[in-house]
Design a protein around this ligand. Structure first.
Ligand code: NAD
Length: 496
């Protein structure tokens, strides 16, 4: 099948020649081709979005809310279908894909509260006879550029809020698993969203550059790897656009000696190997403090029992990685770790899944005695590899985290409230879990890392999402005829 763009409410572009192959990671077979958009496709999408903006931005809050509620119902009704599409192209197991849809749905539910979220403020009698009030307006056409690892959820972090705020949207999803975006576009249409408010242009760098350079795009939301996030932030800022660019991660989980080690091992395994480690919030570095190093054996025991297989098989707990190139890169990083002195406590390099020999599988791998100079520690591996670093005490663990260029998520396992508090106040990281290894904030908070994990001022979704997709007006008003409202003076105005 050829996956086309979705522009102005219809699939389009099927005769284009530049295309990319979309694989089924579990088998290694090609299942689709996706169009790689040209500048002209991006222009067509922006034109459609610009044309739709004048009416959509003037639609009432109740109209928008009705459509959002219908969209919510439709996603909910088609959750399983959406999860199956994700599993087929991404490879993650079905219940994990369903979890991704659920977390995206929660952002839609948050956006359903847009009448309240967009409420301004009013100060009566700020000065004698003078009132001040504020409200927020949409920006215009906004763009989202998203990664492969959450093909439905990450776009859902963006477009429901942007659209609820009155903007129109152009999505450039990952070319590796593009189908769910077209599926979602059709759900928006069925929910009653006017054509042109939500558009999808598939593609690679060509489409992204066209979005970044087009004067009709007011704001860019990006989620992906750090080098591209840095590039997007720079280019969009130079072009005068508002931009939030979320990058990569190296998430540490510290295991303190007072932690329940069985509990910690259980959660470390779930966090490091769920979705084959292809989550920006996966724990990829466990920092074992002193005697907590005993957790390594407990982790290795559990890792040996993980059932790796195709995502659509309900018995599988972990699926393949996204491409053959990713599979090779992950294996070679594991080998580099071994060469550089790490000890391999669980080795997934030679894993074969019977019947799926062509699939992009890497088994869960644990490297112990990793040090900060090793490639496995410095690189974001984005695969099923847990590196264990040892630290002498909690202070050393915190300083290790703070020396890392990334600051997306981190966690501590402990039974001490005091130690947890010292940790949460001491780490320079945006999202922190206390005995919670994947602390992805709920939809009514905002998601964002620090340092090289986020470029720009604004986190994504939640209240910061609403602020990002709108700009404020503050009105100071007086009505002649009311008491003390008529005096004028050449002085700079001050309240009386
Ligand atoms: P990626 O950076 O390769 O791609 C992200 C998007 O950028 C895709 O749409 C891609 O087509 C586009 N792109 C790729 N190269 C480009 C270039 N040279 N110029 C312009 N656009 C380009 O990321 P990925 O491999 O799809 O996703 C994995 C990465 O995303 C990991 O680093 C992961 O940590 C990160 N991620 C971060 C978060 C977060 O919230 N911070 C969430 C999910 C994923």
């Amino acid at each position: 099948m050829i996956i086309e763009h979705w522009i102005g409410g219809r699939a389009t572009g099927g005769d284009a020649t530049r295309r990319a192959l979309v694989y089924q990671p579990a088998t290694g077979e090609v299942q689709h081709e996706v169009l790689l958009g040209e500048k002209s496709d991006v222009e067509a999408a922006i034109n459609a979005a610009e044309a739709a903006f004048s009416e959509w931005s003037q639609s009432s809050l109740s109209t928008r809310t009705k459509i959002l509620f219908s969209f919510r119902e439709l996603i909910n009704a088609h959750k399983d279908e959406l999860a199956a599409i994700i599993t087929a192209e991404h490879g993650k197991v079905l219940d994990d894909a369903a979890g991704e849809v659920q977390r995206g749905l929660e952002v839609v539910e948050y956006a359903c509260g847009i009448p309240q979220l967009l409420q301004g403020s009013f100060s009566d009698q700020a000065s004698a006879g003078v009132d001040v009030f504020s409200f927020r307006e949409p920006l215009g056409v906004v763009a989202g550029i998203t990664p492969f690892n959450f093909p439905a959820m990450v776009p859902l972090w963006m477009h429901p809020i942007a659209i609820a705020c009155g903007n129109t949207f152009v999505l450039k999803p990952s070319e590796r698993d593009p189908s769910s975006s077209n599926f979602v576009a059709r759900l928006w249409q069925r929910a009653g969203l006017p054509d042109g408010v939500f558009n999808v242009v598939h593609g690679d760098r060509v489409a992204v550059d066209a979005l970044l350079r087009h004067p009709g795009v007011a704001a860019v939301s990006f989620v992906g790897s750090t080098p591209i996030a840095r590039h997007i932030h720079r280019e969009a800022s130079l072009a005068g656009k508002r931009v939030q660019a979320l990058g990569g991660a190296k998430n540490h989980a510290v295991i303190l000696p007072d932690a329940d080690l069985d509990f910690a091992a259980e959660h470390l395994v779930a966090s490091a190997f769920g979705s084959a480690g292809e989550r920006c919030m996966a724990v990829s570095a466990a920092v074992a403090v002193g005697p907590a190093a005993a957790v390594v054996d407990l982790v290795a025991e559990r890792v040996a029992k993980i059932r790796v297989g195709p995502g659509r098989d309900p018995a599988s707990e972990m699926g393949p990685v996204i491409t053959a190139a990713a599979q090779e890169r992950i294996k070679s990083l594991i080998s580099a770790g071994e060469r550089q002195g790490a000890s391999v406590a669980a080795d997934g390099r030679d894993l074969q899944v019977p019947g799926y020999e062509g699939g992009f599988f890497v088994g869960p791998t644990v490297l112990d005695r990793v040090t900060t100079g090793m490639d496995v520690y410095r690189e974001e591996i984005f695969g099923p590899v847990l590196s264990v670093v040892r630290a002498a005490d909690a202070e050393a663990a915190i300083s290790l985290i703070n020396s890392n260029p990334y600051g997306n998520g981190t966690a501590v396992f402990t039974s001490s409230g005091a130690a947890a508090r010292t940790f949460q106040r001491g780490v320079r990281v945006g999202m922190i879990g206390i005995n919670v290894p994947i602390p992805v904030p709920m939809a009514y908070y905002s998601f964002g890392g620090w340092k090289d994990s986020l470029f720009g001022q604004s986190s994504i979704y939640g209240p910061e999402g609403v602020a990002f997709y709108t700009r404020a007006k503050v009105v100071t008003q007086r009505w002649p005829g009311t008491r003390a409202s008529a005096e004028a003076s050449l002085h700079f105005p001050t309240a009386r």
